[in-house]
Design a protein around this ligand. Structure first.
Ligand SMILES: Nc1ncnc2c1ncn2[C@@H]1O[C@H](COP(=O)(O)OS(=O)(=O)O)[C@@H](OP(=O)(O)O)[C@H]1O
Length: 410
């Protein structure tokens, strides 16, 4: 228990009988003929005092400690905001280090310094805004995204955004906005309103995994609506595994109408007959969207037409699965934000076998992800690998980056 509260509690306890006497005495004078009221009210007061003591003893110590450290940090926060206005993308010398040994409490303080929201649990649920004056001081407004995770579906875009949201300099909406693929008519003001408030120390990031391949002019819309300096993140993964993940997602759609539609459009009775026309190995069904999405290089040109290569960062989704810290550190470098992610922050989930973020709080992928995959027949795996390999090699050459999955299944 804290010292001021402990001494108050002791005083109340030590003087309980005195308090009772005093209360009884004054009540006696007020209601001298009403002995029952005197007695009842005296005891009521005593119980109220005791309840007060118990509630003070029970109040969570962690919250008080966090509040104290937040207040203690207030002066350094003032310095931080006045002295050095952070410029996105420029890593100055005094901005490259972060207290490597900080604990969860320390993290909350660091996060609070950059944020427009009070620290909450879970961290990515932003629900309590700071006071108006503080918001103004920190330059808190809803900003259009400076970073867009544009794809690719089923390569870990959700986990990527969840993890990135732990970075104190990044903030984004929890849900996909789909502004550039299906909701453009809502207008840019609507789009802005989907974004959380960000301080001038933060970058706003959104993800909608369909942008990478649909609609054909998504890159152009993004460049015209957002700044031409917007950074694009694309996570790519083994297209053969990606197909299976897509297939599992579609057959598990809870919305029956959507399921029936997908069934007619893309699904056959088995994954092999969905992907190969008449289940013939020489007949990869490129009309099927599940197959087509994996030809990543086909869509790359649209992006390179709109953005210089230096503004697009490709994340190796298979490496992200096995080594999240390494890929997240590359993202930090690309965005020019202060290094935060470290290997010790991640722990493998024993049930689903995926990495979860273990610091500052345990965060794993949602339960709808990580479902069991049906085994793709060996011939189908090999044939798909042969089909994708030339496209993957062309992609690697064009972006000057190797990907760990290339040629893995053939
Ligand atoms: N930590 C980590 N590393 C690598 N990969 C991961 C990770 N977490 C999730 N996943 C896998 O990503 C698959 C879901 O991808 P997306 O989040 O892009 O899906 S979606 O398009 O938003 O529906 C999903 O595929 P399925 O296993 O088929 O569900 C996940 O297994």
């Amino acid at each position: 228990m804290d010292r001021p509260q402990a001494s108050l509690a002791t005083v109340i306890l030590q003087n309980a009988s005195l308090i009772k006497e005093k209360v009884e005495d004054s009540l006696h004078r007020a209601f001298s003929r009403r002995g029952f009221y005197k007695w009842a009210l005296g005891y009521l007061t005593l119980f109220t005092c005791l309840a007060l003591v118990v509630s003070m003893a029970k109040s969570p110590r962690g919250d008080r400690a966090t509040t104290r450290s937040l207040l203690a940090e207030k002066s350094s926060l003032t310095n931080l905001l006045n002295d050095s206005e952070y410029v996105h993308g420029v890593v100055s010398d005094d901005y490259t280090t972060w207290d490597a040994s900080f604990d969860a409490k320390r993290y909350m303080v660091e996060r609070w310094k950059t944020s427009c929201y009070y620290p909450t649990h879970p961290i990515y649920r932003l629900n309590k805004l700071l006071k108006v004056d503080e918001m103004k001081r920190r330059g808190c407004v809803r900003r259009l995204p400076e970073v867009v995770i544009a794809g690719v579906r089923k390569c870990g875009t959700g986990t990527l955004l969840r993890f990135l949201n732990f970075h104190p300099h990044l903030v984004g909406p929890k849900d996909e906005t789909h502004y550039f693929d299906s909701l453009t008519e809502h207008g840019v003001q609507w789009y802005r309103e989907q974004m959380p408030f960000s301080s001038r120390l933060q970058m706003t990031i959104e993800k909608t995994p369909t942008y990478y391949f649909r609609p054909f002019d998504a890159p152009k819309r993004i460049r015209q609506t957002l700044s031409s300096n917007v950074r694009i993140l694309v996570i790519l993964c083994d297209p053969v595994r990606r197909i299976v993940s897509d297939y599992v997602e579609f057959i598990n759609k809870t919305d029956k109408a959507e399921q029936d539609y997908m069934q007619r459009k893309t699904l056959a009775e088995s994954i092999e007959s969905t992907v190969f026309e008449q289940a013939r190995p020489d007949n990869v069904n490129t009309h099927n969207e599940m197959v087509d999405v994996g030809i990543y290089v086909k869509y790359l040109f649209r992006w390179l037409e709109q953005f210089p290569r230096s503004q697009i960062h490709f994340i190796d989704g298979d490496n992200f699965r096995n080594n999240p810290a390494e890929e997240l550190q590359k993202v930090e470098k690309f965005l020019g934000v202060r290094p935060f992610f470290r290997e010790e922050h991640f722990r493998k989930d024993s049930v689903k076998g995926q990495y979860c973020m273990a610091f500052p709080q345990m965060t794993c992928m949602p339960s709808s992800k990580g479902r069991e995959h049906p085994e793709l027949k060996e011939w189908a795996k090999k044939r798909l690998c042969e089909f994708y390999s030339p496209f993957d090699r062309a992609l690697a050459t064009l972006v000057k980056q190797n990907f760990t999955w290339i040629g893995k299944n053939c």
